[in-house]
Design a binder for this molecule. Structure first.
Ligand SMILES: Cc1cc2nc3c(=O)[nH]c(=O)nc-3n(C[C@H](O)[C@H](O)[C@H](O)COP(=O)(O)OP(=O)(O)OC[C@H]3O[C@@H](n4cnc5c(N)ncnc54)[C@H](O)[C@@H]3O)c2cc1C
Length: 413
């Protein structure tokens, strides 16, 4: 069946039916019900990423209610978000959803999810709020091109099935996520775009010391790659290394790792932040301790925080020696294995619970009070289309809610 043509004149068009686009459209229509607001979504359904997010549970935001602290979770965009978070932050997100009957809960690590543990709850809430506010939503409708109309606003080309419709809008919000074709449209309007590259991924590492240890985790390690230092839990997988410390390193090092084609040296301190000298000291005591001297190193670890299976593989280079038989040189090598264990990253893996792209519209070209372009009048941006990305934990949705909200305020004017 041929799709219904779209009405030609709009006050506000939002390109992209993701969380940023919905949040902006709802706010705008609620503030100014007289406006005709349209969301264009090129996929067959809206809010696709919300549905698959957080392993199907949607990690909506993070229980971090201090804007100054909140910005520290963004490898790119933190500074620009400082003011934006003082206007709409995680506590406001919680309130927004609760006012619409969606209660959120906080997990031990600070991540917040709907109490239903279902991302459909969030998607349904956004869809129902948009409908109630009178926002028109068209799916299967992709923005193909934008021309500035010198009289007032923009002339858009919209593809629906095999047809291309021209429509006119006074204001345009681009909230198309990391879609590359739309980034070309944005460039054609004169904006600079930072090249999009992946952030938040696991590391492929092939190394005898972690072979057959999939599932083993260490609560608190320090990772060092280039000048990036990150602390947290580490998980050994079939393909290499994962866990919060790895994901954070991948986010902060997203650009470098892309530049190195995902091959880089990584140093792991299995003892959190213990220094080489301190580790050596503990090992020397262990050796000198009478009770231990005649025991095998491999089955009598000196540090309880390292799981036994991992310890056995880290000390394999010593052979089956007793503590008393380790030479000074071997002791130093062991201390190094424990505090600066070198691995080679040989590629990136997928982190299925959350994935995000760094890169997008250059932030200096956007006014973060209104999310309006500093170059093109009546053009706005929100969400992942901007060069903003957070580490895992609900921070990526939070920047979409915040920038969507601010854009919605300004679009309603
Ligand atoms: C598997 C996965 C899980 C995730 N889990 C989480 C999580 O739990 N917590 C978290 O904080 N973040 C999570 N993220 C990241 C989060 O989904 C994104 O940061 C967020 O969706 C960005 O919102 P957005 O509205 O800017 O863009 P998007 O959600 O990407 O929405 C953009 C929309 O625009 C549409 N579009 C693109 N081009 C056009 C066009 N030319 N015309 C019309 N429509 C167009 C797209 O089809 C899309 O629907 C996850 C991401 C993935 C991939």
């Amino acid at each position: 069946m041929a799709s219904k043509p779209i009405q030609q004149q709009w006050d506000v068009v939002v390109a992209g039916g993701g969380p940023a686009g919905f949040f902006a459209a709802i706010r705008c229509a609620e503030l100014n019900p007289k406006l005709h607001v349209l969301i264009l979504e090129k996929a067959s359904q809206t809010l696709g990423k919300v549905i698959i997010s957080g392993g199907g549970r949607c990690n909506v935001t993070h229980a971090c209610f201090d804007p100054e602290k909140l910005i520290t979770f963004y490898p790119r965009g933190g500074n620009e978000l400082r003011g934006a978070f003082s206007r709409f932050q995680a506590a406001d997100t919680v309130e927004w959803f609760e006012a619409r009957g969606v209660k959120l809960k906080t997990e031990a690590d600070g991540r917040m999810f709907p109490v239903t543990d279902s991302s459909e709850t969030i998607a349904e809430c956004l869809r129902a709020s948009a409908k109630k506010a009178g926002v028109e939503v068209r799916v299967g409708a992709g923005l193909l091109g934008v021309e500035k109309d010198l009289r007032n606003g923009f002339r858009l080309e919209v593809r629906m099935e095999a047809n291309v419709f021209p429509i006119h809008t006074k204001k345009l919000l681009i909230a198309t996520g990391s879609d590359r074709k739309t980034l070309d449209i944005i460039k054609s309007l004169g904006h600079a775009v930072e090249e999009p590259v992946p952030s938040l991924f696991t590391f492929n590492v092939k190394d005898k010391r972690i072979e057959s240890l999939a599932g083993v985790s260490v609560e608190n390690v320090t990772l060092e790659m280039d000048s990036i230092v990150q602390r947290g839990a580490l998980l050994i997988t079939h393909w290499g290394l994962s866990g919060p410390a790895v994901l954070r390193t991948s986010a902060w090092g997203a650009r470098q790792l892309h530049q190195y084609s995902y091959r880089a040296r990584l140093f792991v301190n299995w003892l959190a932040d213990m220094s080489f000298a301190k580790a050596l000291d503990v090992l020397d005591h262990n050796k000198a301790w009478q009770e231990n001297a005649r025991k095998k190193v491999s089955s009598n670890p000196a540090f309880s925080q390292i799981p036994l299976r991992l310890w056995k593989q880290l000390v394999e280079f010593l052979g089956e020696k007793n503590w008393a038989d380790i030479s000074k040189v071997e002791m130093r090598r062991l201390a190094e294995e424990l505090t600066a264990c070198e691995f080679m990253i040989e590629g990136k893996g997928q982190f299925k619970d959350e994935f995000v792209t760094c890169g997008g519209v250059k932030l200096t070209e956007v006014d973060f009070k209104t999310m309006q372009s500093r170059l093109v009048d009546s053009l706005f941006f929100a969400g992942e289309v901007l060069n903003i990305d957070g580490i895992t934990g609900g921070f990526n949705f939070q920047s979409s809610w915040t920038t969507g909200r601010l854009a919605g305020n300004a679009l309603a004017q």
